[in-house]
Design a protein around this ligand. Structure first.
Ligand code: PEP
Ligand code: MG
Length: 583
């Protein structure tokens, strides 16, 4: 049986299923007498104290192994533990109902989760998993149960769960958890982000994995394709054993390109950079041989927390990334909230069309005080490396000017505080809205560089909601309309002598690289793991051949024809690519 989900972390894993049931405890109500009430309250308080020290322990472990940002998620858990309303409600009910505290607590917990799940606020909805996670810990401590943790596994397994909380994921040990799959979750959930950091193959959003898979079933997890195969036949098993070996060998074979430049055989030099969401990912950027960071999605610093990050906190994060990249470019994109990324503390109202709504630069220009905090932090970090700043969702030159005005105010404020920064910091515009793409000639006169955000550019130019799986088949990076837009953006940038990069997912697709290279794209930014193969391709083709591929592709009528043609030419130009992939 094949289950399809969302690829969360690349690689192939094969092994026995371990069902990790993270759902409710069964709590049988037990009557208690009046004089036993103080003892029940004391038990409750002890459970809260024990839970607190467990969470602090996990926080320390994560800070050590994965960095402090991941550990911050648990601040929300600690706040749940201190919630007076919840605690008092349990005590009151206990006195009224004369039932054991675990039963009363489980009922109050259910009530909270129900109330939160009915709310329209995405941020509050996300808090359900915090309440649930802490609640289960408290219940476990009240009921004196052994901790069910993924760290104590004795053999290699594939974890199958409805959902995995950050604390579950953090206790996983790469040695025994060789892969994991979940019923719910998206590509940018904390669980998915952590899986990538731990380099454990994972598929999320499978919907019915826990209902269909039994303990001990043999599973294949293909984290590249987002596929899970349950009890495969011998032929499939062999196919994936080969695929798994190829994945490992392929990565190893290309790793020696780490320090080589991304230059074609006939001398055309481009830049291969990586996209990151968190400062901790810098390690992966460097180890995969990226030549810089082409997109630092800073909004993740603002998510899963109470309150906004201060200038100091942001400065520390940006400075640490900039200095670890030792002089290589780091493009920091300003806050891109809205669309599918929300924070309750910023009170973004619920909208009918969030992707067309109060998003990214629109939000920042309406909240200049919030915006300036970030801009000051970025400017300050520019003293510690090769930092560039980039604005998302620019729709035309007015918005670029307004954003630059706020940047100038931030500059003035720093000068008043006698703080030094790079006075010549490059300021770029993301080109991800068709109106910006069509007015690139105007924008290019006022920007230092462009970075094409194809994830959004495709959704806006083809009218395809990028998060709707029902129309995903229409989301075509090689659609002639998309290719024409990309060409005109690159040409307009070059006419004004500015460089043009791309940081949408399309930049890391081997089947498309020849076209982008041939169109003259200067910088390709992608997930760190995609870097080695793209470098290999660039180093093994001639720019003149890529130009021919691009010219021909632009004249083909359908995306399928473009894809077939580009893939065919890639294998003709680098015949051993297939061999390296399959060695
Ligand atoms: C894009 O839209 O292509 C992009 C890189 O930005 P994001 O995916 O963060 O919207
Ligand atoms: Mg975008």
């Amino acid at each position: 049986m094949i289950l399809r989900g969302i690829p969360a972390s690349p690689g192939v894993a094969m092994g026995r299923a371990f069902l990790f049931d993270t759902r409710r405890f069964i709590v049988t109500p037990r009557k208690i007498r009046d004089d036993a009430i103080p003892k029940e309250i004391a038990r409750f308080e002890e459970a809260l104290i024990k839970t607190r020290s467990e969470i602090i322990g996990i926080q320390k472990k994560i800070t050590k192994e994965m960095g402090s940002h991941h550990a911050e998620i648990f601040n929300a858990h600690l706040l749940v533990l201190e919630d007076r309303m919840l605690i008092e409600e349990v005590i009151e009910k206990l006195k009224k109902e004369h039932k054991c505290v675990e039963h009363v607590f489980a009922k109050v917990l259910d009530k909270y989760i129900n109330v939160f799940s009915r709310m329209n606020d995405e941020y509050l909805k996300e808090r359900i998993s915090d309440i649930d996670d802490v609640g289960k810990r408290i219940l476990k401590n009240l009921m004196g149960q052994e901790e069910k943790s993924l760290s104590g596994l004795k053999q290699k397994v594939i974890v199958v769960a409805y959902d995995l909380s950050p604390s579950d994921t953090a206790t996983m040990h790469k040695k025994n958890v060789i892969g994991f799959i979940t019923d719910i979750g998206g590509r940018t959930s904390h669980t998915a982000i952590m899986a990538k950091s731990l380099e454990i193959p994972a598929v999320v959003g499978l919907q019915k994995a826990t209902a269909k898979i039994r303990v001990g079933d043999f599973l294949i997890v293909d984290g590249n394709e987002g596929i899970v195969i349950q009890n495969p036949d011998n032929k499939t098993l062999k196919k994936y054993q080969i695929k798994q070996k190829q994945f490992v060998k392929f990565e190893k074979a290309l790793v020696n390109l780490k320090n080589e430049p991304a230059q074609t055989l006939d001398g055309k030099r481009v830049e291969i950079s990586a996209n990151i969401e968190l400062p901790e990912e810098v390690y992966s950027v460097i180890s995969h041989g990226a030549e810089g960071i082409g997109l630092y999605r800073t909004e993740f610093l603002y998510m899963n927390r109470r309150g906004l990050p201060s200038e100091e906190e942001q400065f520390d994060a940006y400075k640490s990334v900039a200095s670890r990249l030792s002089g290589c470019p780091v493009i920091i994109r300003t806050l891109d909230l809205g669309g599918d990324k929300f924070l309750s503390q910023l009170e973004v109202p619920h909208e009918m069309n969030p992707f067309l709504g109060w998003r990214a630069i629109r939000f920042c220009l309406a909240q200049p005080e919030i915006f300036k905090v970030q801009l000051r932090a970025i400017l300050r970090a520019s003293k510690f490396g090769n930092v560039k700043v980039m604005f998302p969702m620019i729709s035309g030159v007015e918005e670029l000017r307004q954003a630059k005005d706020v940047l100038n105010e931030a500059r003035k404020e720093l000068r008043r505080r006698n703080i030094k920064f790079d006075e010549n910091i490059e300021v770029g515009a993301m080109i991800e809205i068709p109106s910006a793409a069509l007015t690139c000639d105007i924008l290019a006169k006022e920007a230092d560089f462009f970075s094409i955000g194809t994830n959004d550019l495709i959704q806006y130019s083809l009218a395809i909601d990028r998060v709707n799986e029902k129309i995903a088949y229409l989301y075509k990076p090689t659609h002639p309309a998309v290719l024409r837009l990309i060409k005109s953006i690159i040409d307009a940038g070059h006419r004004e002598k500015i460089w043009v990069g791309m940081c949408g997912e399309m930049a890391g697709e081997p089947g498309i690289i020849l076209i982008l290279l041939g169109l003259g794209l200067d910088e390709f930014s992608m997930s760190p793991a995609a870097v080695p193969e793209m470098k290999y391709i660039i180093r093994n083709v001639n720019f003149k051949d890529a130009k021919e591929v691009a010219d021909k592709a632009l004249n083909l009528p359908t995306s399928e024809e473009v894809e077939d043609f580009a893939n065919k030419r890639l294998l003709e130009l680098i015949p051993n690519l297939e061999k390296i992939r399959r060695q």
